[in-house]
Structure formats: C-alpha cells, structure tokens
Design a protein around this ligand. Structure first.
Ligand SMILES: NC(=O)c1ccc[n+]([C@@H]2O[C@H](COP(=O)([O-])OP(=O)(O)OC[C@H]3O[C@@H](n4cnc5c(N)ncnc54)[C@H](OP(=O)(O)O)[C@@H]3O)[C@@H](O)[C@H]2O)c1
Length: 359
C-alpha cells in the first residue's frame, strides 16, 4: 500500500516535495499496531517553528523522511483503518500529532478509554505530549468546525494558558502592561484574551498590514506597529512576551524601556530573524519560556486533572470568540498542501485565516 508524504529540505525550507512511500498491508501489521489515515490537519507558523527547530528539539525524529529532508509534525485527526490492537476498533477517530502524510502506523501503547500513545522506539526522544493521541470518536467538541478549532488552536492555546498563569502567579513581575510581538498570531491573541480578562493592559506589536486585524480582536488595549515602538511611553514597568523572535525588535524594546523592562520571555520565532549572538540588554534578561516546567509545577500543585480542568474552563471562554476571529479555510491534495506550506513559510496567510489541509 502506498502513502503520500510531504517533505521539506531541512537546510532550505523553501525546497519541498511530495513523495510516495510504502506502507505495510493491513494484514501484515505488527501486533498492537494501528494503520491510521490522516484525515485533516492544521497548519500555522508554529509548524514552521517545528521545522526551524527540527534538529535542536528532535522533531525530525518523529516521522522519518529521506536523507536531508524532514516531515513536519502537524496537529490533526486520523481515522483508524486497520487495527491489530484488541482495544482499538477500526473506524475510530484520533486527535494528536501526525506527519504531513496520508497515513501513519502507530504502535499503540498505554491504551485507555480516553487515549493511547505511540510506543515506536524512534518517537521516544521528545516530550510525552507529542506521542499521545486522544480518542475522540463521537465527541462533539472535536467534530466539524469545533474540531478545526481544536487542531488550529488547542496546542497553541495551551501555551497561552501557561504563560498567562505564569505571569499572574508572579504578579506580572510588577509590570503594568504586557507587550506581545506578532500580536496577530493565534498564540499571541490567545494570551492577550486571557491577560486582558484579568484587567491587565495588553499591548499588541504587529506589522502595518496586520494592524486592523489586531485592533478588531478587542483583546488588545493598544496596538503599535513595529516601526513605532520607540514612540511608546516609558514611565511604567512593562513585560514582554516575544512570539516573533526578532532580535533587533527585542533589542529596541529593551533599550527603549531600560530597567522598566521587568520580564522578557521568549516563546516563538515567527519572523525567523534571531541573531546567533545577542548583546547584553538593559532590563530583565530575555529567557525562553519552557512550557513543560510550568505544566509539571502546576500538575503537582493542582493535583490529578487540575491542569485539564482549568485549561478546559479557559478554552470554554476562548473558543466561542473564534467564530468572529477566524475563518477556517480547508483544502485538500498535494498542490493545496504545498501552497499552504509555502504561504505560511513566507508570511502570506492573512491572520484571520486558519488553514486546514490534507494530502
Ligand atoms: N514555545 C512553545 O511551546 C510555543 C507554543 C505555541 C506557539 N509557539 C510559537 O508562537 C509563534 C506563533 O505561532 P502561531 O502558530 O500562533 O502563528 P500564526 O497564527 O500562524 O501567526 C501568524 C503571524 O506570524 C507573523 N508571521 C508569520 N510568518 C511570518 C513571516 N514569514 N514573516 C514575518 N512574520 C510572519 C505575522 O504576525 P505579525 O505581522 O503580527 O508579526 C503573522 O500574522 C510560533 O513561532 C510558534 O512556534 C511556541
């Protein structure tokens, strides 16, 4: 049986191609294995970051590809089309981390009522969250448009939720306002929605072309374009959460706010313009926000199910906004996947669009 994969050159992300690979016949699947058809997946700048960090964070190990190429992981849905596991039926729907492919073989392990794990040896070098699949058949929260929202935003909103929780726990380091770069990104506006709801001022930093969209969201108290950050008033303590990963913007902000920069957290790389060597900057030292640390800490403090319960409540307040904030654009086939990939890579996807793709 043939599968179709979309792969990118690891050292030149502009180069990409569609290839055919061989899958085992359903009858020849190893014991406990599942053959899954990837039915649809979301694609955002976050997936480009997986590719940029593919070697450093071992994402390339998850879904093997030909030498010098990588298969970018995506969040989405799959349907079990053959099962050698007694606890998982053909026809089940799984939500989780998939390759940009038509199919995936999963070595089902730790099968429970709610989920399972891929126990394949080559997948064990990454955080456990990347190998877990939720069993979502018949769950209306994962069907139709709600399912698209889950694929497009749930993994991103987890980061938004954890950063908001971390900042609130630390009383925003004394900051009176929080600035977010790439304010038009889904991760940023999820965070803006949560911080704004606490009554803390949120300032969105964005490109000129995305300003109207960011203003229209209503969760930013102020919107400033990148070329005007030096005009922001400097009298009060501020915090910065960086989705853009733009070194010169970070330097400009630190020099502008000086010691009033009370927190500087790095989260993303949408602009892909991070300098190899960065100078010492005034104000708080810029540090990567490491989500697994905050999850582990809260899992211990909040007890079993505590993170899920609070995240679920936050998601319930956020998801209804998406009908106004995002148009889902669904397209299928290799040409559509290639177009969606290159448009995202080159910053051509309007911020109000959420791409749902399949090969
Ligand atoms: N550390 C973590 O655990 C974690 C978790 C979730 C997300 N993130 C990161 O957060 C960032 C946002 O991800 P997302 O999926 O939410 O993004 P998204 O919604 O796809 O964001 C799109 C926005 O990013 C900027 N952008 C994208 N491509 C660009 C390009 N080629 N050139 C210049 N600007 C570009 C633009 O914003 P502006 O015009 O407003 O700059 C654009 O509107 C990613 O880097 C992602 O990896 C990190």
């Amino acid at each position: 049986m043939q599968a179709t994969d979309f792969v990118v050159a690891r050292n030149d992300l502009q180069q990409c191609k569609v290839i055919e690979t061989q899958l085992p016949d359903a009858a020849a699947l190893p014991d406990e294995a599942l053959l899954v058809k990837v039915t649809r997946f979301a694609f955002t700048a976050n997936n480009i970051t997986y590719a940029v960090m593919g070697d450093a964070l071992k994402y390339w190990q998850l879904f093997p590809a030909p030498k010098d190429f990588g298969n970018i992981p995506v969040w989405g849905f799959g349907e079990v089309i053959a099962s050698k596991h007694p606890g998982v039926a053909k026809g089940e729907t799984l939500f989780g981390y998939f390759p940009m492919s038509t199919h995936l073989v999963i070595e089902a392990a730790d099968v429970s009522k709610r989920g399972l794990r891929d126990g394949a040896a080559h997948r064990q070098g990454v955080a456990p969250v990347y190998n877990v699949y939720a069993r979502v058949s018949g769950d209306p929260a994962f069907e139709g448009k709600q399912g698209d929202y889950q694929a497009l935003l749930r993994p991103l909103f987890m980061l938004s939720f954890l950063v908001d929780d971390f900042l609130a726990e630390n009383e925003f380091y004394g900051a009176k306002s929080v600035m977010l770069s790439s304010a038009s990104s889904k991760t940023a506006y999820g965070l803006a929605h949560l911080v704004h709801a606490r009554g803390t001022k949120v300032i969105g930093l964005t490109s000129a072309g995305n300003t109207e969209f960011v203003k229209s969201l209503g969760c930013y108290d102020d919107v400033v374009t990148y070329d005007r950050v030096n005009s922001m008033p400097t009298g009060q303590p501020v915090a910065y959460v960086d989705m853009a990963g733009n070194s010169s913007l970070r330097e400009q902000l630190h020099r502008h706010f000086g010691e009033q920069m009370k927190y500087s957290g790095r989260v993303g790389l949408t602009h892909r313009s991070t300098a190899a060597d960065e100078p010492e900057l005034p104000g708080a030292r810029p540090n990567w926000f490491f989500a697994p640390d905050q999850i582990r800490k809260r899992a211990k403090e909040w007890g079993p199910g505590g993170v899920d319960k609070r995240f679920g409540a936050a998601w319930s307040g956020f998801a209804p906004k998406l009908d106004q904030w995002m148009k889902v654009s669904e397209s299928h086939g290799p040409a559509a996947v290639q177009r969606g990939y290159l448009d995202t890579l080159n910053g051509r996807v309007p911020p109000d669009q959420g791409l749902i793709l399949s090969l």
